[in-house]
Design a protein around this ligand. Structure first.
Ligand code: ATP
Ligand code: MG
Length: 227
């Protein structure tokens, strides 16, 4: 039986005083791969931010990887973030250090101390995204697609059950986008739940999956025509 990894019930999502999404009712089960689509400004990032507690849930109920979003305390947000992997459009790698040092930084910040375990973990995640050969490069020495692979590796470091990717292919060309999506699909097939915001419909049609749409301040499931 699949378990819900997250749900929002009767949730209203605000940016400052503006209601961006109203009466959100969404449930995501373990192992799903979900696209989140919608026009620019329709609330995709706001939805994601609510899930990783960058926007507080002030109206309605919500739960994600066993954290209650409505009652979540500021001091517990880092613990929630350890249980989810987050991938952004602009990679957000630290520009002043190597790929290995980027990954090591995250592990140390999340409580890892054993040098050997750290090295093994870094090797493991770089292997998963086929980037082992770039371990000692600086971010600027990598292409956009390679940097996004590293960002995905970084999201895998603490073995999260859920990955939230907000337009991970937004800065990439079509071929590289398809490769990054393929990588996320593989990670999903290995058991991780993934929600990916995108407005790349061509890409989505290549690998159809359950799709939620933000439109007119609402979020609802759309049925994709695959023919
Ligand atoms: N930090 C903010 N402060 C105030 N309003 C914001 C903020 N971020 C977004 N908004 C507003 O909230 C609404 C939803 O924005 P959001 O970023 O969630 O849209 P989106 O669907 O992710 O768009 P895009 O496809 O451009 O990324 C928009 O009207 C936007 O102007
Ligand atoms: Mg956005």
């Amino acid at each position: 039986m699949s378990q819900p990894v997250l749900f929002l019930r009767n949730a209203n999502i605000y940016q400052e005083k503006n209601l961006v999404l109203s009466n959100v009712n969404v449930e995501v089960n373990s192992g799903e791969f979900i696209y989140l689509i919608g026009k620019t400004g329709s609330g995709k990032s706001s939805f994601m931010k609510t899930l990783y507690a960058d926007l507080p849930l002030t109206e309605g109920e919500g739960s994600i990887v066993d954290f209650d979003l409505a009652s979540l305390k500021e001091k517990n947000i880092p613990y929630l973030r350890r249980k989810i992997g987050i991938v952004f459009q602009d990679f957000k790698l630290l520009p002043d250090r190597t790929i290995t040092a980027n990954l090591e930084f995250v592990l140390k910040a999340t409580g890892w101390t054993d040098k050997q375990e750290i090295q093994l973990k870094i090797d493991e995640v770089l292997d998963k995204v086929a980037m082992k050969s770039k371990a000692l490069k600086m971010p600027h020495q990598l292409s956009g697609g390679e940097q996004q692979r590293i960002a995905i590796a970084r999201a895998l470091l603490n073995d999260p059950e859920l990955i939230l990717a907000d337009e991970p292919t937004g800065n990439l060309d079509p071929q590289t986008s398809a490769e990054v999506l393929q990588l996320l699909r593989e990670i999903n097939q290995n058991g991780k739940t993934i929600i990916m915001a995108t407005h790349d419909y061509a890409l989505l049609m290549k690998f159809p999956s359950k799709t939620l749409k933000c439109d007119d301040s609402m979020i609802f499931e759309v049925v994709q025509r695959t023919t």
